[in-house]
Design a protein around this ligand. Structure first.
Ligand SMILES: Nc1nc2c(c(=O)[nH]1)N[C@H]1C(S)=C(S)[C@@H](COP(=O)(O)O)O[C@H]1N2
Ligand SMILES: [Mo]
Length: 178
């Protein structure tokens, strides 16, 4: 009997370990996002869908590996095409009130599966990183597949760019840190 209980426990542990790894890597699957909503400390909260993004100035990443925080290269992409996040933020207008206000701002990107990453105003507007943060609608010349988006955020200058490669991007929140 003791033996059977141990066997059952080992089997259960095995099942839950596999499950934990799955959740760690992929989370619960997101639903394809059809638009990015920008809200928070902005003058004009706005929805950007793929059609609206295609009408803005596009930028290409060129070939890049996607590197997980673990160091593993999980993909190599020939090109992502999209729009700079700072161009989108300039459209909605960050609600900056005075000389020392912008530096308090945090920019939070969320996906439909609950995945979240952060940027700061300084990082985006006051370091070279900002020039390569794109909201992408195309990969390797084709619209993103549902499993990849259809919108995705990528931070092209990150050392490990996997973490801030946000599939199913749906929300950008600008938050004034008190
Ligand atoms: N929405 C969302 N984006 C995500 C993740 C996630 O769980 N949800 N995982 C991240 C991780 S851990 C990595 S390494 C990269 C690349 O993973 P992929 O090749 O599975 O897309 O996507 C990132 N983007
Ligand atoms: Mo990862």
């Amino acid at each position: 009997m003791k033996y059977l209980v141990s066997l059952a426990l080992i089997a259960l542990a095995g099942i839950s370990t596999v499950h934990a790894q799955d959740v760690d890597k992929h989370g619960k699957p997101g639903t394809p996002s059809t638009a990015v909503h920008i809200s928070g400390a902005v003058k004009k909260p706005t929805d950007f869908n793929v059609v609206a993004l295609r009408q803005m100035t596009g930028q290409d990443t060129g070939e890049m590996p996607v590197v997980c925080a673990s160091g593993a290269t999980v993909a190599t992409v020939r090109n992502f095409r999209g729009v700079r996040l700072i161009d989108m933020l300039d459209r909605v207008g960050i609600d900056v009130q005075g000389h020392k206000d912008a530096r308090r701002m945090v920019v939070i990107a969320r996906a439909t599966d609950g995945y979240v990453v952060t940027f700061s105003w300084n990082e985006l507007y006051n370091t070279p990183i900002g020039d390569s943060v794109l909201v992408a609608y195309e990969k390797d010349g084709k619209p993103l597949e549902p499993g990849e988006g259809q919108l995705l955020l990528i931070s092209g200058k990150d050392i490990k760019n996997g973490p801030r490669h946000v599939r199913w991007l749906s929300e950008i929140e600008v938050k004034r840190e008190e």
